[in-house]
Design a protein around this ligand. Structure first.
Ligand SMILES: C[S@@+](CC[C@H](N)C(=O)[O-])C[C@H]1O[C@@H](n2cnc3c(N)ncnc32)[C@H](O)[C@@H]1O
Length: 243
């Protein structure tokens, strides 16, 4: 696979290589210094974790047999967007960052849109499912985002995110405090329980079931996923039962 630098130099990008930040925003995904290294992280230390995360997400979404296509927002470089077809789902990606989407363009064959998850530019019930994978942590108004997703999704919403209930939380916060990890600076971490509270608030009047599993347990641990709310990552599926 070509490096990000080779890709962006060889093709027209959404945004010029000279532009390194976007609209004076502080978040890492508006800063080329971080976005252009994003895929390297997945290809390196994160590979095993990614495999376990995909396994959790697959188990959750495939249990709803009505779902054949998915709109994934906060798709980034399309690490997951280009994987959904491997489990039989047609996918479309969306993201707010022109830097992340510039890479997405050359890594993913399907449709992409640049927009904010708080204002999804789609008609009601346009997709069977809407997905948010390690992006929900960055949303300023999570209730509004869920209401938007519930409007656009016909059958369900799949979410995957870093768990606040993890032994690594101390390391994450310490790295952040000393300015060593820009990725977490503007992030809010949830647990399955705190996320459930937000979902219940956002989806008042709707009928749905919730399922979740955790993964990201220590390497020496014999289990890779479980239904105890501890682990580095958890997936949750909101299945609408009123449609
Ligand atoms: C940690 S990355 C995750 C990317 C991808 N889902 C993955 O798992 O590799 C978070 C992504 O969320 C996007 N994002 C953050 N806030 C957003 C918003 N309000 N609307 C749409 N995308 C957003 C960022 O641009 C970034 O690409």
């Amino acid at each position: 696979m070509k490096t990000t630098k080779e890709l962006t130099e060889s093709k027209t990008s959404l945004i010029s290589q000279q532009q390194v930040t976007w609209q004076g925003r502080d978040e890492w995904f508006f800063n080329r210094e971080y976005t252009d290294r994003y895929e390297d992280y997945y290809e390196g230390p994160y590979k095993e974790a990614e495999r376990d995360q995909k396994s959790v997400l697959e188990q959750l979404i495939k249990a709803d047999e009505r779902v054949e296509d998915i709109l994934e927002f906060g798709c980034g470089t399309t690490r997951f967007t280009r994987w959904w077809p491997d489990i039989g789902l047609e996918s479309t990606g969306g993201d707010i960052s022109p830097f992340m989407l510039s890479q997405a363009l050359y890594r993913f064959d399907g449709d992409l849109v640049m927009a904010d998850s708080h204002h999804l530019p789609f008609k009601d019930q346009s997709y069977d499912a809407v997905g948010f994978i390690t992006t929900f942590e960055y949303y300023k108004d999570p209730v509004q985002v869920l209401q938007e997703a519930a409007r656009v999704a016909k059958y369900g919403i799949i979410m995957g995110m870093m768990n606040r209930n993890t032994p690594k939380i101390i390391r994450r916060r310490a790295q952040q405090a000393v300015g060593k990890n820009q990725y977490y600076n503007t992030a809010t971490f949830y647990t399955p329980r705190t996320l459930r509270k937000i979902i219940d608030k956002a989806l008042q009047g709707r009928k749905y079931t919730l399922k979740w599993h955790c993964t990201g347990l220590p390497k020496w641990f014999p289990i890779k996923k479980w239904d105890v709310p501890v682990g580095d990552f958890f997936g949750m599926y909101i299945q609408f039962t009123d449609r």
